[in-house]
Ligand binder design. Structure first.
Ligand code: ATP
Ligand code: MG
Length: 558
């Protein structure tokens, strides 16, 4: 289970659960997370996961993971496996793994029960006729001409639907509630439809499949769920949820409680849209580091802990809101600031020759892996006569407040010593190809001159030892905060064409090449980076920028 240190944050759902424990309404709290295996989980699902698992764990209860697999056309076992993997990775372990399809027989039997009690009927209108009789928010619906079929006829038709005697769409089974209800969901909702397709678990056993509302509440009841937590769009379905449970011989009646969906700006979150991004090749796959999927965030370098912390701090309420992407970025930045080992890497290298450094020699400096956390130890950083620095850290003709390297100027090399620029070499176009510097041997750490202050400190990598790396710089997937806001336009028009740029000539210190996919680092003064799963060769590591440094300058020059 997850190991988050801070105390639980209160919210209205937690209050309900706490009260139900105190009053003894429930001895044991049981929640569930009910994904449909029709895509990968995204950051929004993580909110529901943290809530359901978190609350049950806090009160010593249980949480089932239940696949809501009632829609065979869109679902697959691969998606189911990916979901299990993501939930585990997030740090949660389910009490029982269930499937709505485990209950197909019970769901069917309960439907027969409704029919026997005159509370469900087989409707043979086509979809269009059914729609036209449904009414509107203002006008009541009209009863179906099939609404008063006899129980015997309904039982016979329903059984033949199940046995494959009819084509898709020929009939549906509807609950017989109230075509004039102010709540459209109660106007004789469909509870079974014919779908003569293979199901990824039950194969060809069924020719009818239960509708979401029918399957969901009954599955909750079968599992003894105490609190069925769902998002606000199901608020209007609650009367139906309750009606179903009141009209079948259910052994318990879970309480449905709705909370606001988690939303983030600069992305989209519905699985249908995420699937489109993958299928049309706008991203490489579900785990593309630009995707808001758990798999994408993981590959980007997000830790499970940072995602849990993010949702904990965002809280749970009934108020709809859109959280700025920067808040999520801050969660991983804070985590990495605390936990990422520091290394040096140069993304856009230019060569510096230390003219007074003995030719052919090199040395290994000891540098702290984390300046604020001595427990993280030290690493060895090689140094030789030629080093790479960041092209942007040198200016031939800089403005007044430029405190990095300039002709005749001094700068400190991080973890090493002060250098002074004596000469620059240019190519025929006049661009600088090499910078010649002298280092001050007395300014090495440990020597009296170590305290000598110069205005700037820059990072560097030994040219002889540095490893050539590919670095993938990610930006937001969309270039507007809400790609769905403009209903006239296709959200794909707002894809950010610069969401990925690949730097192929970065140079990293050797420590990085020893890492494994998933290992992360702070490239000092540059950002936080994680080794990508594509990285197979220690001689050519591939890293993803997880998040930039907020304040690269202030920190290091202090
Ligand atoms: P999507 O629109 O992405 O397809 P969904 O609700 O159809 O989402 P499900 O697999 O049915 O996806 O969702 C499983 C659970 O996750 C449900 O209980 C659902 O309410 C919850 N959930 C989905 N999206 C969010 C979100 N953005 N914030 C909080 N909970 C969510
Ligand atoms: Mg769904």
């Amino acid at each position: 289970m997850n190991n988050d240190q801070t105390p639980p944050v209160s919210n209205f759902i937690r209050n309900i659960v706490m009260r139900d424990r105190e009053t003894g309404k429930h001895d044991k709290i049981i929640t569930r997370f009910p994904p449909e295996p029709n895509g990968h989980l995204h950051i929004g699902h993580a909110k529901s996961i943290c809530l359901n698992f978190g609350i049950a764990a806090e009160f010593g209860g249980a949480t089932n993971l239940r696949f809501d697999d009632t829609n065979p056309l869109k679902e697959s076992d691969d998606f189911a496996q990916a979901i299990l993997n993501d939930v585990r990775w997030l740090g949660f372990e389910w009490t029982e793994l269930r499937h709505a399809s485990d209950y197909f027989q019970q769901l069917y039997d309960f439907a027969v029960h409704l029919i026997r009690n005159g509370k469900a009927y087989v409707d043979s209108q086509d979809a269009e006729a059914m729609r036209s009789r449904r009414g509107t928010l203002k006008d009541p619906g009209t009863d179906s001409p099939y609404r008063d079929r006899s129980v015997e006829e309904n039982l016979d038709l329903f059984e033949r639907m199940k046995n494959g005697g009819f084509a898709d769409g020929e009939h549906v089974l509807r609950a017989r509630i109230d075509m004039a209800s102010a709540n459209m969901n109660l106007r004789d909702p469909a509870i079974y439809r014919i779908r003569r397709v293979t199901h990824h678990r039950t194969g060809d056993a069924w020719n009818i499949y239960p509708m979401y509302d029918w399957a969901h509440g009954i599955s909750d009841a079968i599992e003894g769920i105490t609190h069925s937590l769902c998002t606000l769009e199901f608020e209007d379905h609650r009367p139906l949820y309750d009606w179903f449970l009141e009209n079948i011989p259910a052994t318990c009646h879970p309480q449905q409680i709705e909370f606001a969906r988690g939303n983030l700006d600069f992305t989209v979150m519905s699985k249908r849209k995420l699937r489109q991004l993958v299928e049309e090749g706008h991203v490489s796959d579900w785990d593309d580091p630009r995707m808001p999927t758990i798999a994408g965030l993981r590959r980007r370098g997000y830790t499970a802990r940072s995602i849990r912390t993010f949702w904990k701090e965002a809280g749970v309420s009934k108020a709809e809101s859109i959280i700025p992407m920067g808040v999520l970025e801050n969660a991983i930045r804070n985590d990495m600031n605390e936990n990422a080992p520091r290394v040096m890497a140069v993304l856009d290298p230019i060569k510096v020759v230390l003219t007074n450094y003995p030719e052919g020699e090199s040395e290994w400096l000891q540098a702290p892996s984390h300046p604020q956390n001595p427990e993280m130890g030290h690493r060895s950083v090689p140094l030789s006569r030629e080093i790479w620095i960041e092209r942007a850290d040198f200016m031939e003709d800089p403005p007044r407040k430029f405190f990095r390297l300039r002709p005749g100027g001094e700068v400190r090399l991080r973890n090493a010593f002060i250098i002074k620029c004596n000469d620059i070499i240019k190519d025929s176009d006049g661009s600088v190809t090499e910078i010649h510097c002298e280092f001050d041997p007395d300014s090495r750490s440990g020597l009296p001159g170590a305290a000598r202050k110069v205005k700037g400190t820059i990072h560097w990598v030994s040219a002889e030892h540095g490893i050539n790396a590919e670095v993938r710089l990610y930006d937001r997937l969309f270039n507007v905060a809400n790609p769905l806001a403009d209903k006239e336009k296709d959200y794909l028009e707002f894809l950010n064409p610069d969401s990925l740029s690949v730097v192929s000539s970065a140079i990293v210190e050797p420590t990085v090449a020893q890492g494994q996919p998933g290992d992360f680092f702070q490239f000092e003064r540059v950002g936080y980076f994680t080794i990508d799963q594509d990285s197979k060769d220690a001689a050519r590591p591939i890293l993803n920028r997880t998040v930039s440094l907020r304040d690269s300058w202030a920190k290091i020059n202090r």
